[in-house]
Structures are given as C-alpha cells and as structure tokens.
Ligand binder design. Structure first.
Ligand code: NI
Length: 394
C-alpha cells in the first residue's frame, strides 16, 4: 500500500505545488478566510468528498466515508495568514498588502488537501470515516474553539496535525513524544493606589512604583519558588498608567502572557500570581485585581499515535529523515483544544533549505518554505491515516 500511496503522491505533486502557490499568494487574516475556504471546498468537492462550508465561521469540513469501523479519524489543517508584509521576492509572493503566510498555514492546508486526494484516489473504502478539518483563526487561538463549538469533534476517535518547522530540513519530519507546545494564558493585573502631587509622595499611594515592584517580584519569585524543571515564562508586554509627569499615578494596568508546560503548574498559577501581587500591594495600602484567563492548553502528544506516526514516517521517508525532538516549544497551538476531545498527535514538518546558511523563523517577513516538504508531509500523513485503522479499536 505504501508504494501505491507514494505513486499517487508523486502524480499529484505538481498540482500540490500549484495549490500551495495559489494559497500563498492569496493570504487572508484570521477569521476572514472566505476565499481560501471557498478554494479549499472546491478542491475537496472535486475529490468526491462530502463538504460542509461555514463551519466554525469560515472553516471547512469534509468527510471521506469508510466501512463498518465506527471510529472517525480527524485530520486538521489551519488556513489563516498573518498581518506581516512579505519581504521575499517570489513569483507567487503575497498579493495582499501587509498580509502573509508567514507561519506556513498555506503548506498545512495544501498537505491536508493532498491527503484527501490520496485517500480518495486509493479506490478502496477505508475501514472507518476520515474527517478533514480546515480551521480558521489559529493565529488568534480562536478557530479550533469555533470548530469544536460547531460539533466537528463529535464521534472523533483520534486527530492528526502537523506544523512546519524551518529548523528541520525539508523532506524530514520531527517527532515529539509528550508536550510539544505550551499552555498560553492571558494575564491582566490592575494596581490601584491614590493620586497625589509629585512632590508629596507621603500623601499618595504610587501605583507606578508598586506596579514596577510587582513586575520584578513576579520574575524573581518564579526563579526562587517554582520548580525549574516545570518551566513558566511570564511576560508583561504592556503597561498603562499615569496622567502627567508631576502627578502620582493612581492606577496601572499590566497585561501579559503566561506560558507553562505542565497541567499541574498551570492550575496553581492563578492563585500563586495573586498571592505575589497581594504580598507586594498590601504593605503600601494599594488595591489590586488579578484576572487570569485560560487560553489554549499545552499540545500533549498521545504515545500510541506518536509512535504510529514515527513508524510510518520512517518507512515512508527513510529513517534518516526522522528526527526526535527533545525539547518542547513554549509557543502555543490551538490544536491542543481538539486533544481535550480525542487523543492525537502533531508532528513538525521540516521546511528548511539545506543549502542556505539562514532559514528565517516562523512569523518573519522573510520566512520561506522548501516546497519539497509538501510531498514528505502528504506521504507521512496519508500513510499514517491509512495505518491508523490497523490500531486496535477503541
Ligand atoms: Ni502556525
């Protein structure tokens, strides 16, 4: 079967490059993927799949019906671009000013379509149903939630995904057992003091001075009170407060992001942050509010499905093209929300040019993809999807 899959992938590879270039040159922002979704739906319909549009706002869902096995395997791709002006001189560069596929979601969508084409062309019903999820708005961590609210995970027994990775060479893939990405939560801290004359601090409660202590105390307290093997990154990225140079500020608002890998660490963070803030504010009589909003959890790869992907990639690409990733990323990925409903795994698809000294990172205006990655991605994902049905039933 692998040789049959391989020959279909080879036959459709010029079409896949065409699809990828079309999507790359027409990027759309999160939640506005109307043209991309229509294009994706068109390709899926032409493969004979049952297609549903406007799922999760601008998402597309397609099903390849299978046989008696009641399991449903979901394959997820994301479709949105970023508000970045592309600085790569390509004939198929973005034609949308200030918008770019700088995170490779054009490649993810192409691979998803490629897998649909391959499985549809196999000419035999697979044991169970394969459901393709093309989600919007991954960059704003909203799309997976919208899709799930529209019921796309109903009956799903496993979900597969991939993300491009410029530091892995094209034609290779990276496998990570366990945590792949971090939980990403939002933090808002409000410090409320009392305004006063800049020359008379003893008659006021200086919210700016207290807020600066909150920022530094949080950083120090992480390093002295939290398990360094369970990493936490807390970044305050925005500070708002004050009205005039000679007026003591009564209110400061701190906004930040909190990343963590371990669910236990994440669960105790809201209370812990509040206790640190309270400890700084109380001696000076300042009031405070801490709002901790849970964003997306960590992507935690299922061991059985990760092992299956690793075996399939090794067979399909050659074992020298399989890399084991030893460290997780503290980036976030809303694929994790699907994993709250079914086990799954996400692999890294290498897109790095081996003959270049520099491969620009994701979200960089010069980010570029070695397109030979697309065949490797489709081959790995299609073969893993085929072999999934040989795993013992749930
Ligand atoms: Ni991305």
């Amino acid at each position: 079967m692998l040789s049959q899959i391989r020959s279909i992938v080879e036959a459709i590879s010029p079409r896949l490059i065409e699809i990828r270039r079309h999507i790359h040159s027409h990027p759309e922002l999160s939640g506005q993927e109307y043209k991309t979704a229509a294009y994706v739906a068109g390709v899926l319909s032409s493969c004979g799949l049952r297609v549903q549009e406007l799922v999760g706002k601008t998402g597309v869902v397609a099903e390849l019906p299978g046989g008696e096995d009641s399991r449903i395997l979901a394959i997820r791709a994301d479709m949105d671009g970023l508000p970045i002006a592309e600085r790569v001189d390509l004939p198929f560069a973005s034609n949308q000013a200030g918008i770019m596929h700088a995170c490779g979601h054009d490649v993810h969508t192409t691979v998803g379509l490629g897998v649909a084409m391959v499985l549809a062309q196999l000419g035999l019903p697979l044991p169970g149903t394969t459901r393709f999820l093309f989600q919007p708005a991954e960059e704003t961590a909203q799309g997976a939630r919208w899709m799930i609210e529209d019921g796309v995970m109903a009956g799903v027994s496993a979900v597969l995904g991939l993300h491009v990775y410029p530091s892995v060479p094209a034609r290779a893939i990276g496998i990570r057992y366990g945590a792949l990405t971090a939980a990403a939560d939002d933090l808002e801290i409000l410090i409320v003091g009392e305004s006063g004359h800049g020359a008379r601090p003893h008659e006021a409660i200086d919210a700016i001075w207290i807020a600066s202590q909150v920022v530094t105390t949080l950083q120090q307290a992480i390093s002295r009170t939290q398990n360094p093997l369970h990493p936490i990154v807390l970044t305050i990225g925005q500070i708002q407060g004050g009205r005039a140079p000679n007026v003591i500020a009564d209110t400061v608002r701190l906004l930040g992001t909190v990343r963590s890998l371990h669910p236990d660490t994440r669960n105790h963070l809201p209370q812990w942050i509040e206790s640190v803030v309270a400890g700084v504010c109380q001696p000076y009589g300042a009031k405070y509010e801490v709002h901790y909003r849970r964003g997306v959890p960590s992507v935690f790869n299922d061991p059985t499905l990760t092992e299956l992907t690793a075996r399939c990639a090794s067979e399909a690409l050659g074992k020298e093209y399989l890399q084991i990733i030893h460290e997780p990323s503290l980036g976030a990925e809303d694929f994790s929300l699907y994993l709250e409903h079914a086990p799954g795994t996400m692999f890294r698809l290498g897109v790095g040019f081996t003959d270049r000294a520099v491969n620009y990172p994701l979200h960089h205006p010069k980010f570029e993809v070695d397109e030979s990655a697309i065949v490797a991605g489709v081959l790995t994902m299609a073969y893993t999807s085929y072999r999934y049905w040989q795993l013992p039933g749930a």
